[in-house]
Design a binder for this molecule. Structure first.
Ligand code: FEO
Length: 399
């Protein structure tokens, strides 16, 4: 399906909506599809295309350019080299042979490596540099690591539109050009942040600082709808990247024969009784993106695993590997689980979370079905979590 609407006069959205895509990078679930937004700006003298689309949807972009009767593209502003935005670049340069690719120096080398774009096609989009299209002016703002090292933002000065590519994006296929359903977009943007941006929380802080004095009327990312109320996404990002955590325990687990599940059930109840919010994920069934979203705000993770061939269950290993790579701002972690005869499950899982700056609370690993002493150990863990949350000042019991 094609998109062909105007953000403002002479500024068109001409990308593609991918309603059916269900997986990104062969890893990230896309329950709501996605879009690859490309924008065309017709200045009085020059025409610029901002980002292209995924190579699977090049035909949509071409059709839209044809429909707008675009005979000349002078510049292709490439904010990000990843192929879902740059993938149609070779075809664009074929049909507009005089177009120049404007990007960061790092982006240039990546595009030459990934797409074999010839060196003479590039002009540098240096940090702070402006590029005139006649009555419209583009300013380039280097913003590395959202989420690759070469990323930049493009600010259309006269119209106060910030084109941010992945930054502030959401994997959401929708026919709405602008955000209309704020809760749905918020959830999709939080999922996007959790899965893609969260490892770069520190650099995002610096990038937000860089744009704080810009007058922004519209934020136009290259996935999901466009924000004509930029505060929606700016405030959400400020909250997500802050050091604040919530009175929440995330509990991803696997149980093979029910013993670990009994421990999970008991601990969950003990935490709820103490006024702590719990989000429990059976990893054999869960959408891993839901787990990532939960990790954005939580103070504590408790990992539940049985023992398989001495170590943790492989599905738990996968989830813990991802959680460690995503670097959420968790403060505390613990591990619970049951084994049959011997186990190195706790040691192996504890060794996998070195990226998490957490205090490890004493794990509860037991033999067989939980017994009275084991339930007491789980009560002790729940109490310790409560005390830690109180020390952080995040525990607020409802009256
Ligand atoms: Fe949407 Fe990093 O590409």
């Amino acid at each position: 399906m094609s998109e062909l609407r105007q953000l403002k006069p002479k500024i068109y959205s001409i990308g593609a909506i991918d309603w059916d895509r269900r997986l990104f990078d062969e890893l990230i679930p896309l329950p709501d599809g996605t879009s690859y937004n490309s924008y065309l700006i017709k200045g009085s003298e020059k025409t610029a295309l901002i980002d292209t689309v995924d190579p699977t949807m090049t035909d949509v972009l071409m059709k839209n350019l044809k429909q707008l009767e675009i005979k000349v593209v002078d510049y292709v502003i490439t904010n990000h080299a990843e192929q879902d935005h740059s993938g149609s670049l070779p075809q664009i340069l074929d049909i507009y042979p005089n177009a120049k690719v404007v990007c960061t120096p790092k982006c240039k080398t990546i595009l030459m490596d990934l797409l074999f774009i010839p060196e003479n096609k590039f002009i540098a989009g240096d940090d702070g540099k402006t590029l005139s299209l006649g009555d419209k002016t583009l300013e380039f703002i280097h913003a590395p690591w959202v989420h690759w090292p070469e990323t930049m933002l493009t600010y259309l000065m006269e119209d106060r539109i910030l084109f941010t590519c992945d930054f502030f994006g959401s994997h959401l296929a929708t026919s709405d050009l602008f955000v209309t359903d704020e809760p749905t977009v918020y959830e999709a943007a939080k999922r996007y942040y959790a899965e893609i941006m969260m490892p770069f929380r520190g650099t995002i802080k610096r990038n937000l600082e860089r744009i704080k004095d810009l007058e922004i009327e519209i934020i136009a990312p290259s996935h999901g709808p466009v924000y004509n109320n930029p505060d929606l996404i700016l405030n959400a990002y400020r909250e997500w990247i802050s050091d604040e955590v919530k009175n929440e325990v995330i509990l991803p687990y696997i149980s093979m024969h029910g013993s670990t599940k009994k421990m999970v059930d008991y601990l969950v109840e003990a935490l709820i009784e103490r006024g702590i919010t719990v989000k429990q994920f059976n990893l054999s069934k869960t959408d891993i993106g839901k787990l990532a979203i939960a990790l954005v705000d939580a103070a504590t993770i408790v990992i539940g695993s049985p023992t398989v061939l001495v170590g943790p269950h492989p599905i738990v290993v996968y989830a813990v590997y991802l959680a460690n790579a995503l670097r959420p701002k968790l403060k505390f972690a613990s591990i619970i689980g049951s084994y049959g005869w011997s186990s190195k499950m706790v040691e192996q899982l504890a060794g996998m979370i070195s990226n998490l700056k957490v205090d490890i609370l004493e794990p509860v690993a037991i033999k067989g079905l939980p017994k009275e002493a084991d339930f007491k150990a789980l009560d002790r863990l729940a109490e310790e979590i409560l005390n830690k949350h109180k020390e952080l000042g995040i525990f607020k019991r409802e009256a």
